[in-house]
Design a protein around this ligand. Structure first.
Ligand code: PGA
Length: 249
């Protein structure tokens, strides 16, 4: 199996004022001190903090949480991938379930955003995952498969694409799938990636996200084909986030 460098990513969502940059600085200095080992560390703060975070976060990567599909234009309130890049981001999350649900983002819209990210020189983190109803009715793999088929950017490589499996029912709830369930979905995603991206699909990082905490990080990050975490709530404090990213030390 290819040796994949894991990615420990934090998604601050709509949290964080300038005062929160202290947490980010604490994470960055731990990264520089080697406390996160071989993992690549990424924080995606709100857009208002990206430029300052890129300055304060030496040693780690900074990303956006969404971008528009167009490079510029009459789209009041939106932010382009190029603008994120210009502010110092190197990653952007697209298709998070909160955007799919709250902003009606379809697979096609997510793909368009991911392709815009690649054009701007960003790495796209494309999120997929089933709802509770879909899991309970046995549709998990079908749902994830159709999100993969519909939302991944064309012409991506393992360097420009990350896939995050985030069961919607696990986000912010304290609930997580069993290690066996995570292994099943991640193996399925790996298989789909190899099919869609011959020569690259085996190297694309597949993150698990949804209630990752220091207490469950060793187990979840140890599952086969789990190449890192996408962390929401526990990424807001350096202590908790480092308790997760630190499993790679
Ligand atoms: P959570 O969020 O860690 O707070 O469950 C994960 C996410 O939405 O990326």
């Amino acid at each position: 199996m290819t040796d994949i460098r894991p990615l420990a990513a934090g998604n601050w969502k709509m949290n964080g004022l300038r005062a929160s940059l202290g947490e980010l600085e604490a994470i960055a200095s731990a990264v520089r001190a080697g406390e996160t080992g071989r993992a690549e560390v990424l924080i995606c703060p709100p857009a208002t903090l990206i430029a300052a975070a890129a300055q304060a976060g030496g040693g780690m990567a900074i990303g956006g949480q969404d971008c528009h599909a167009a490079a510029s234009g009459a789209h009041t309130g939106d932010i382009s991938a190029q603008m994120l890049r210009d502010a110092g981001a190197t990653y952007v999350i697209v298709g998070h379930s909160e955007r799919r649900a709250d902003h009606g983002e379809s697979d096609q819209m997510v793909r368009d955003k991911a392709e815009a990210a690649l054009r701007a020189g960003l790495t796209a983190i494309v999120c997929v995952g089933e709802t509770r109803d879909q899991r309970e009715s046995g549709q998990t793999l079908a749902v994830v498969g159709s999100q993969i088929a519909g939302s991944l950017p064309h012409d991506a490589t393992a360097a420009t694409l990350v896939v995050a499996y985030e069961p919607v029912w696990a986000i912010g709830t304290g609930l997580t799938p069993t290690a066996a369930d995570v292994a099943e979905v991640h193996a399925f995603i790996r298989h789909e990636l190899i099919d869609l991206m011959p020569g690259e699909g085996e190297k694309v990082r597949i993150l698990y996200g949804g209630s990752v905490k220091p207490a469950n990080a060793v187990e979840l990050m140890g599952v086969e084909n789990v190449n890192g975490a996408l962390v929401g709530g526990a990424s807001l404090t350096a202590k908790d986030f480092l308790g997760i990213a630190g499993v790679y030390k």
